[in-house]
Design a protein around this ligand. Structure first.
Ligand code: HEC
Length: 146
């Protein structure tokens, strides 16, 4: 008759290994802001988009529409604060950006519009999911984050 204990020990060991690897995944945390953070890093931005001006007037209505859309579409990754600390940020391979930084503030609206429409890697392309007008409203709101 064989002793059942080794099987129990192996099963227990396998469960322990599973629990440990899950904890590592959960505690791995979100990608951090690089010391030399440059929001255009790795993006292929066609120079003419820099000159596209935001056609949506900067007023309370545009900013509050933008806020509603931002909370619905962007905050899960970018965070309510816009600092890249949303609840889903830990699932991302790349730091999603710091919308409150000086480096980001220097980006022309047209570049932010292009990035939002086209996406890149874990950043979804919003072309079709949001109208152009909605993207411009979101940009009006993002500019208020500080
Ligand atoms: C599923 C997560 C996710 C969602 C949702 C998301 N983003 Fe992103 N976003 C990212 C990631 C990741 C990057 C960094 C991409 C890279 O550099 O490879 C990024 C980058 C950006 C950038 C460029 C800044 C930088 O530092 O790279 C802008 C602008 C941006 N997102 C705007 C938006 C807007 C506006 C929305 C909502 C309409 C949105 N994002 C929704 C994940 C997300």
């Amino acid at each position: 008759m064989t002793n059942p204990k080794p099987t129990v020990a192996i099963t227990f060991g396998a469960i322990l290994a599973m629990v440990l690897s899950i904890s590592v995944a959960v505690f791995a945390g979100a990608p951090e802001k690089p010391a030399d953070y440059d929001p255009t890093d790795g993006w292929d931005i066609p120079p003419p988009v820099e000159n596209i001006e935001n056609p949506v007037d900067d007023n309370d209505d545009a900013r509050s529409q933008g806020e509603r859309l931002y909370e619905r579409e962007c905050a899960s990754c970018h965070g309510d604060s816009g600092q890249g600390d949303g609840p889903d940020a830990s699932d991302l391979d790349d730091f999603p950006g710091d919308f409150t930084s000086d480096a980001f503030a220097e980006l022309p609206d047209g570049v932010i519009f292009f990035m939002t429409k086209e996406g890149k890697d874990d950043m979804p392309a919003y072309d079709g999911d949001l109208t152009d007008q909605q993207i411009w409203q979101v940009i009006r709101y993002i500019r208020t984050l500080e």
